[in-house]
Design a protein around this ligand. Sequence first.
Ligand code: CMC
Length: 372
Amino acid sequence: MQVQGLEDVVAAESSICFIDGDKGILSYRGIDIHELARKSTFEEVCFLLWEGRLPAREELAATQREIGAERAIPGEILSFLASLARTAAPMEALRTAVSALSAADPDGADMSPAANRRKARRLTGQIGTVVAAYERLRRGQAVVPPDPGRSHADDILRMLGGQTAPSSAVRALDIALILHADHELNASTFAARVTAATLSDMHSAVTSAIGTLKGPLHGGANEAVLQMLREIGSLDRVDADIRARLARKERIMGFGHRVYSTEDPRATHLREMSRQVAESSATTLWYDMSQRIEQIVNAEKKLNANVDFYSASLYFMLGIPPDLFTPLFAVSRISGWTAHVLEQYAHNRLIRPRAEYTGPSYPQPYVPMDAR
Ligand code: CMC
């Protein structure tokens, strides 16, 4: 076992997400991700993650209503977002807004299980609106208020673009939200659980998670993939560019995974969706480049594409600005974060590991200032 990075360390018991990294299996509450991607919706997956089972028809309708109603965010938060719009990147704005939303939460400091379940639904609704509203504000456009009667994916695209998105784009985003919803003890979920385990509140746990997701080794990788695609710029430059990056021992963003030794099952869907969207777009360039990069990295490094690789070209072709890719990851992962926080509260023990000390041997003298 390697101490650095807690590789293969089991740090919690959880009944939410099962991964077999050798077989490429991912399931939420035991249901295979491929089946969920084909048949489910983001709202249904939220219920599954929070409640541990698929909803009955009326329960699903109630979940859709609740998340829809919770997409409304307080006016003071919108004003606050407007004050950030000149300087903050969307992921910074989201992290800050979630922290601020705690002060406006109607359940306040109530830590009862019922209040925390409401907070899970509320934050899931609100985060989608924060991302869309912030994008409008920084473009100098009027914020589009949420429509509680629409699905989450539909309404987010509408609040971003100002008009109803094509049903193919709505379904593509809905599937992307399903695929990103949970992933066991990934770094941001672990951060959320560590925060929750001190019996701090859900907003603090989610704020920790967003800060953790932001890094390029985790959720920030999808934006970094698009940056790489743009730097390369054309299909005929891919081979030389990627080989040069590998020769410089650079990491190719969107490849590799701590848990999967085979294909990340989420990448299977995102690759296919990226291909489909490319074929109905003006250019297939972003998909073609991605595919060639994948071939080279597979052959040269035996590394597979992860969830962040094809989501980059997919989102870009759907017209989503690159610095919204990681916030969109959060729009989905909020469901998993909050499910894990609820699970942590239900069986809580402080998470407090030890470090292997590698500093100067004990005891060392305290040297007076004049003698240093
Ligand atoms: N490109 C080139 N080489 C790589 C890559 C990569 N993307 N990923 C791993 N390697 C190499 C690494 O250099 C090392 O080689 P060596 O043993 O010769 O030094 C070896 O593979 C093992 O790497 P590691 O860093 O010890 O592996 P890890 O389990 O700590 O890292 C990872 C996992 C995801 C951070 C890493 O694969 C990586 O940096 N990938 C690129 C960033 C990325 O796509 N992150 C998204 C992860 S999945 C979804 C998410 O969490 O958002």
